[in-house]
Design a protein around this ligand. Structure first.
Ligand code: ATP
Length: 317
């Protein structure tokens, strides 16, 4: 049996800002080497702070962090870590190659080593033929790939991606997922990503952690998390938000209900049997229902259960 080594271990980590803001609280998590790991949570739940302490951009007040078995407090481990922030680090006035050369120099690469690594990265990310073009002329997907290449120029073992596909069209998103998967399978890279897209976490990551108020409230593979919820999800769309709000007040006496605008999500062990009963309750209250359906819980339903909010709501803020 292959024993998976640990890439990240956080033990009871706490980080506060000023006197009152506890950004992360007694946070413990373990990420296996070569894993794609997704952090999800509402705005302000502590995802960025977690990434900041892991990448040495912020110092934890309490607790221990180990990267590949080495304590972050007593070792300089920055070179093991690559970061691709949500705001692109690409200089639009430089060509793709110039951006990579600059990033390589920042990391201390020189001469032949630098040149070879830049060409390797251009080839790796399929950017050779555009290497001499100004990056401001690149498409969104190409810019993201250049960002990734810049994050990997110094051979990190651990890559942090902050919302890697935000703003990309579905085709560019799929393409980037493929690239990230190849980094994992071919190069054994460990990837931590934060995302606002539930399907990204579901499709791309091996494990998912939901954060809420600075803590991890659920963790596991997407399948494990969905199974934990069990049962069915009933989606009941009302004619407007006010109707849905009223219906929620009635149903919450009997069921676990969450609302996202005009739609209610009711979790039930026996969805198909419960649906007619629910519709009857709503009919007797004269609530107007537009449509209703039963489905297996999706990752978004699990997220709703643990955070009380729909992830789609977060992206609007
Ligand atoms: N530099 C800072 N100074 C003061 N408070 C901060 C700072 N950075 C974060 N916080 C606070 O810490 C808490 C956690 O914030 P954090 O940015 O880690 O959350 P997040 O989950 O990444 O949110 P988002 O999805 O909005 O990026 C929030 O209450 C936030 O206001």
């Amino acid at each position: 049996m292959r024993i998976m080594k640990t890439a990240i271990e956080m033990k009871d980590v706490r980080k506060t800002y000023g006197k009152d803001i506890v950004a992360i609280d007694d946070l413990s998590l373990t990420v296996g080497e070569g894993t794609i790991y997704a952090l999800l949570g509402p705005n302000g739940s502590g995802k960025t702070t977690t990434v900041r302490v892991l990448t040495s951009l912020a110092v934890a007040d309490e607790g221990d962090i180990f990267l590949f078995g080495k304590n972050l407090k007593t070792n300089l481990l920055r070179n093991w870590v690559g970061c691709v922030a949500q705001a692109s680090g690409v200089d639009p006035m430089g060509t793709g190659r110039e951006n990579l050369m600059l990033q390589g120099r920042i990391h201390g690469l020189k001469g032949k080593d630098l040149k070879n690594r830049v060409e390797e990265m251009l080839e790796r990310f399929n950017l050779q033929k555009d290497a001499s073009r100004l990056s401001m002329k690149y498409s969104g997907g190409m810019k993201r790939k250049l960002d990734l290449a810049m994050g990997l120029i110094h051979h990190p073992k651990l890559l942090f991606l902050d919302e890697p596909t935000t703003g990309l069209d579905p085709e560019a998103r799929e393409d980037l997922w493929k690239t990230i998967r190849q980094l994992q399978t071919k190069e054994g890279l460990t990837v931590i990503l934060t995302t606002h897209y539930m399907e990204e976490a579901d499709e791309l990551s091996d494990r998912v952690a939901f954060m809420n108020e600075g803590r991890i409230v659920a963790e596991g593979t997407a399948e494990e998390l969905k199974n934990k919820l069990g049962g069915d999800t009933l989606s009941i769309q009302c004619t407007n938000n006010a109707q849905a709000d009223r219906a929620k007040e009635i149903l919450k006496v009997f069921y676990q209900v969450t609302r996202d605008e005009d739609t209610l999500y009711v979790h039930s062990k026996q969805g198909a049997e419960e649906l007619p009963k629910i519709l009857k309750i709503l009919e007797s209250d004269q609530t107007e229902v537009r449509s209703a359906s039963v489905s297996r819980p999706a990752l978004g339903d699990v997220y709703l259960m643990y955070t009380g909010r729909a992830l789609r709501e977060e992206t609007k803020q």
